[in-house]
Each structure stands twice: as structure tokens, then as C-alpha cells.
Design a protein around this ligand. Sequence first.
Ligand code: 6CS
Length: 367
Amino acid sequence: MPSVRPRLTLLFAAVLAALAGCSEPQQEKEPEASGSNNGLPDYPVTWRFALEEIEGSVQHLYANELKERIENISDGNIELDIFPYGSLGTSAHLTELTQDGSVHLAFASPGHLADTIPEVGMFTLHYVLSDHNEVNRKLLASNQLLELFSEPYAEHNMKLLGFVPEGWMVWTANKPLRSPEDFDGLKIRTMTAGIASQAYRAYGADPQPTPYSQVYSDLQLQRIDGQANPVFAIEEMGFYEVQSTMTFARPAQFVTSVVSNREWYETLPDDQQRWLDEALTEVARLIYRKQTALNESRLQKITEDSNISLVKLTEEERERFREASLSARDIYVEQTGDRGGEILDTVLGMVTSLKQELTDSSSGNRN
Ligand code: 6CS
């Protein structure tokens, strides 16, 4: 069981207060022209990167890969200081710290961020992405997807640097969840943005938006009946210890975004911006494979350490959930207007054409 949960609240207050004093977006970027360093930034420069997950997670893995690369590419001129979950604040706090420049880089998951940027709520809808991993990998790595969302992020003073897939959402509860009827009245924990509840509401559940750090104790105290997260998180946050069943319905990928303060990014000296872009591109190439491997090994650990039941839904069972979830898309479009509607249609179109490309190339391979 991780030690992050009870300590979080106290720590958050102290560290937020400490960071408040260092919120200039990039104090290194305006060196004095007549300074001892010929107008160059005083290297090394430290960038703060805040995570929504604890050490050992997908986000931690990503941050370590980025750290290694940025420090290499910049020849040691940039140092990346990583703040795992528990050292700064909840996801909502991290977004505020990014917006005011107290941290330079952060993860911002749509399930929390959508209260600030409603358009990203699209990632909380069910059965929008493909059940083909390769389709999702290409979609999430595409510039077209980044461009679709970059304006909504910029409007909230954030630069969207990339989307990161973290694995399929898996439902845990004290019973199998094979049909929407099984959700009837179920107190399912959701991430904190309002839209994250809507698919579960459509199944008849009683969603309970809750910060990540509180999920374990709420499950243990039976204040909630279930929750949804990728396998690696179910393992490292200990949720499997207090639930009897994992249901694999593949309703959505857990997708997060990597963000920075917009002004900070835009006013970075050219070489620093290039180092960052290069490092991000390199990590984007390997993270899909890494998160898949982590989710696989964590599932093995869960099954070795517990008697939890694993329930895999059939295609027919998944189809019933897909149909039942569609009303949440209407709510998303109502809440996000024309721009959200266009984003949803574009993403659904991209999924269809990427699937087609995949089918064409596999039939081409057979011919
Ligand atoms: O469920 C949550 O709130 C969290 N889950 C993951 C896998 N990452 C961060 C997020 O806050």
C-alpha cells in the first residue's frame, strides 16, 4: 500500500506556499546583457516537472526518460527536477501551478482538467477510441490531434506538448460489471471533472468525483463501491487490495497531456526550446511500448499477490456498454458547443481512417 495517501494534504499546503515565491515563468531567460556571462543564461537551468502519479508510474517513467534526454541533449545545461504525486498537490493544483509558472512542466489528465478546458472531456467519453492499440497509438501521436486541442489549452495559458496513453481503463468493484444494469446505483469513483461522470451516469451509476489520493481510503471504508484506472495504477495505489473483481471492458484509454506554462515555452531561448522539443519527440516514440509493458507486468503482480477475479467482457457485452454510453457524447457536445462537436467528429473520423489504413496495409501484406 503506497504511503502517499494520508500525508498528501499537509504536504500540499506547505509546498504550494514554498513554490508561490518562485513563480516567474523563466527567470533565466532575460540575463543582463552586461553580466559576467556575456548575455547567456546562467547554466545550468533547472526546470520543474510535476506529476499526477507516484514513483514507478507511467508518468514517472516518462519523466525519467525526458530527464535523461533533456540533460543529454542540452549537454547538462538543463536539469529536470521531478515532483511525483504527493510532493506538490492534486491534479487541479498542478494545473494552477503550471498556469502561474510555478512549475515549468506538468501532467494534466483530462478527467480532472476538463473542468478548466471542457474540450478535453472528450477523452473521458467511452468507446470513442479504437479497440486497436495501433490505431490509438498513431492517433495520440499525431500532430493533427495536437493542433485540434492546442488553442483551448493556449486560452488557459498552457502550451500543450503532447498526449500520453497510459493503458486501458479497467473497472474494479466487489462484483463483476458485465452489463449497464450492474452499474445501477453503484457508487463509482470518477475523476473530478463533471464530464468524467457522464458515461457512468448513462449506465445508471451514482458517480462520486474524488481526488486520486482519496480513492484507496474511500474504497476501504466502503464510501464508494468501485473505481476505474489503468492496471499499473490499480497495482501501485493498492486498489486491488480492497476490491474483489477487475472487469476489462476497454471503454477508454487513460490519456493524459503534458503541458507547460504557455509564456514560459514561447519565451524560451531558441536552443532551450529545441532541446525540449527534441527530447519530447524521443520520449513520445517509446512511451507507448513502455506503458504497455508496465501494465502487463503489474497485472502479473496483482494476480500473484491477490485472489482478485479477472472478468473480460465479450464483444457483445462491450457493444451494450457502447450503446448505453452514447448519451454522454450529447452532453459533451452541449457543454462544449461547436468547437467540441467538431473535435469529437474529427477524432471519430481519424479513428475510422486509421482503422481503414491498418486494414488496407494488412490485406496488402497478405497479397
Ligand atoms: O484516477 C486518477 O485520478 C489518476 N489516475 C491516473 C492513472 N493518473 C493520474 C490521475 O489523476
